[in-house]
Write a protein that binds this ligand. Sequence first.
Ligand code: ZN
Length: 151
Amino acid sequence: MTHQCAGITRSGERCTHTAKGPSGFCHLHDPDRAAERKRNASRAGKSSGTREITSIKAQLAEMVETVLGGVASTAPYAVANQILNTRLQAIELERKAREADELEARIEQLEQGPEARKGGQKMGDIVRDLAARIQKLEAQLGKTGRRSLPA
Ligand SMILES: [Zn+2]
């Protein structure tokens, strides 16, 4: 004999799954499994490359709440905000550096490739385009690097 799960879905409707075991809930709604589900969800979040940005966003949200809630001095938060901002710039810098490395590797590949040796006009255009993108990235890297220097 089976029972319908007593849980309520996110859309506010009664869960249509079959209840498992004595809890009266399906595996998604069983309160005894809530901790396990939370652990799994947090593990999934940690496996993503964006976990540092997620952590910074959480810290920023907390700071905004604290500052808006009224604190004696907002100075420590201003400093913390600068530090978080610098961390974000470092992440962006890292991403751009990786992109520049990839582009450089691609150029080398093209220059050494048989198509490039033939001296086709199209391949030359691609190489020039990639070189221009690297220059642009390097210019951006320089700018961001200077901005992140302490005032
Ligand atoms: Zn359910």
